[in-house]
Ligand binder design. Structure first.
Ligand code: FES
Ligand code: FES
Length: 543
């Protein structure tokens, strides 16, 4: 048995090789620390304090805790928890909130550090974390408001800002709360609310469910060997159409990279828990199979069942942004080819959205071999079309020139990405409803777009298998790699519309312009030998 302290109380657990995270969540029912990638140890969602220092619990064997003191987000001293929750809410620094408790534990540990904070300390501390939604700037703002020397007070009561919920639905597609309870780890995620004692269903190596009485037993029986980062080159599988084009762009598969892996649970005769408890996962969970699986298994077993995907399952089985090839002539006519893989949903419906932003483009859906793709992912198809047509008249403009995009829903954004300066964003989204929430989503859209253009992609082998299976292989930008972003919101008199998708498209276009219109994304990861990027770099034609 291992004896240690959790949140000030003594605990004793069996030494069965479990991680600290599994003991906290499964045995002690403390679910504020999240499992975003275990056993990869790469996302930071499971961060707790061990003897006052932050540590990722998913790769910490519980046997190392003997005689030590563990603090989870539930055990933060009340004034500390309140201070950080209010700061995060006031700055819109938490959206889905899955990453947030871990980040709060990391930042709150800085409060007790001796000596003054250096300007880069917060971004450096955040290197241990990934956040997909917020784009870091709002988190840095919240951190500075607590840790900065002046410590400006944050307004209490900001959780109840009128309009915040409505704006969040417009931007994220489903209801999303960002109140104090979310910041501190109580957002109601599916696997946090599962009943104690429920059976656990994981996915075996052959794709079939493995059901067991506990998570530890299901893990043992699924006997999966965790995948790693391969270092393999990215492929751009969709060929360009023949022709003499003014501008071309090819992309590869991109992971939506929502931090909360798909999860659901169900009792016999009940309704399965939604994997979308607090946010839309950028469209990546629209067709998640886990609610149906949990319901079927609960009926078959006559007991409550939790159905869970690991990070690796999400990468192998979840939908990706489809790879595309866009070719445009100087008059705006051309073709966008969108890759459809086996298991993808209906991609033909993308034609309407593409026509709204680039009426001169013909849409072709072409078969490719690879992981499933989906039309539900953020602006799939129309954003690529909008990017190419938006910069068509700017090919001779210098880096940092602003680019403007109007989304099919009416939201409009103008973005400039100077090579060394802050990203400047102007957004028009009708009635603002809540500026903190709108700004937060715009910051997240900038971060996602910059990563997409510069660094994000999934290596897929010629047989269509995803090779890079860890969350750090996707190329998500860290806090230190993300430039400062300034958002100006232009209030409108019309009804509120989504603004962040236009920001996403305009940022991608502006970043591409600044990158020199490199014809394959991501621009800063080397393509395979023989691809356009590798060749053109070698020839000195590209930076
Ligand atoms: S769950 Fe521990 S680092 Fe991701
Ligand atoms: S708020 Fe960070 S991943 Fe959603």
């Amino acid at each position: 048995m291992i004896s240690f302290e959790v949140n000030g109380s003594p605990v004793e657990v069996e030494d069965d090789g479990s991680s600290l995270l599994d003991v906290l969540r499964e045995d002690l029912n403390l679910r504020a620390a999240k499992d975003g990638c275990s056993p990869q140890g790469q996302c930071g969602c499971c961060t707790v304090w061990v003897d006052g220092a932050p540590r990722v619990a998913c790769v910490t064997p519980v046997r190392r805790m003997a005689g030590r003191s563990v603090t989870t987000p539930e055990g933060l001293p009340e004034p500390v928890a309140r201070r950080w929750a209010e700061a995060f809410v006031a700055h819109g620094a938490s959206q889905c909130g899955f990453c947030t408790p871990g980040i709060v534990m990391r930042l709150a540990a800085l409060e007790g550090r001796p000596g003054p904070l250096e300007p880069d300390d917060v971004a450096t501390a955040l290197l241990a974390h990934l956040c997909r939604c917020t784009g870091w700037q709002s988190i840095l703002d919240a951190a500075r408001s607590v840790l900065g020397e002046a410590r400006p007070p944050v307004e209490p009561g900001t959780a109840a800002r009128p309009g915040a919920a409505e704006r969040a639905v417009l931007e994220g597609g489903v209801a999303q709360s960002s109140g104090a309870q979310v910041v501190l780890g109580r957002a109601g995620f599916a696997d946090d609310d599962a009943p104690a004692g429920a059976l656990v269903a994981l996915t075996g190596s052959d794709g079939s469910p493995v059901v067991a009485e506990s998570l530890a037993e299901a893990r043992r029986r699924s006997a999966k060997i965790q995948g790693r980062r391969s270092g393999a080159a990215l492929r751009h599988p969709v060929p360009l159409p023949d022709g003499d084009w003014a501008l071309t762009l090819r992309t590869t598969w991109v992971e939506p990279a929502y931090l909360e892996p798909d999860a659901s649970w169900c009792r016999p005769g009940g309704r399965p828990a939604s994997p979308l408890a607090n946010g839309g996962a950028f469209g990546g969970k629209v067709d998640s199979p886990l609610p149906d699986l949990a319901r079927q298994l609960a009926e078959a077993r006559g007991a409550a069942v939790r159905a869970l995907w690991s990070r690796e399952d999400v990468v192998r089985r979840g939908p990706k942004r489809p790879p595309v090839a866009v070719a445009v002539a100087a008059d705006g006519s051309g073709t966008i080819r969108i890759g459809r893989t086996p298991g993808s949903g209906d991609l033909d419906r993308l034609a309407g959205a593409v026509a709204a932003v680039a009426p001169g483009l013909r849409v072709e859906v072409v078969p490719v071999v690879g992981p499933p793709t989906s039309a539900d992912l953020r602006g799939a198809g129309w954003v690529e079309a909008a990017v190419v047509t938006a910069v068509l008249g700017l090919v001779t403009a210098g880096p940092g020139h602003p680019v403007e995009v109007t989304a099919p829903g009416g939201g409009r954004a103008r973005v400039a990405c100077p090579p060394d300066g802050p990203v400047e964003v102007d957004v028009w989204a009708g009635d603002v409803l809540d500026p903190v929430t709108l700004r937060s989503y715009c910051l997240g859209a900038v971060h996602q777009a910059l990563g997409w253009v510069r660094s994000e992609g999934l290596a897929v082998d010629p047989e269509g298998r995803v090779l890079d299976l860890t969350i750090r292989s996707f190329g998500i930008l860290t806090a230190r790699d993300t430039p400062e972003v300034r958002v100006t919101i232009h209030p409108g008199t019309g009804p509120a519309v989504n603004g962040s998708d236009a920001v996403f498209a305009a940022t991608a276009a502006a970043a591409w312009l600044t990158e020199g219109l490199v014809p394959e994304w991501p621009t800063r990861r080397r393509g395979p030998a023989g691809s356009g990027v590798a060749d053109q770099r070698q020839n000195g034609a590209l930076p």
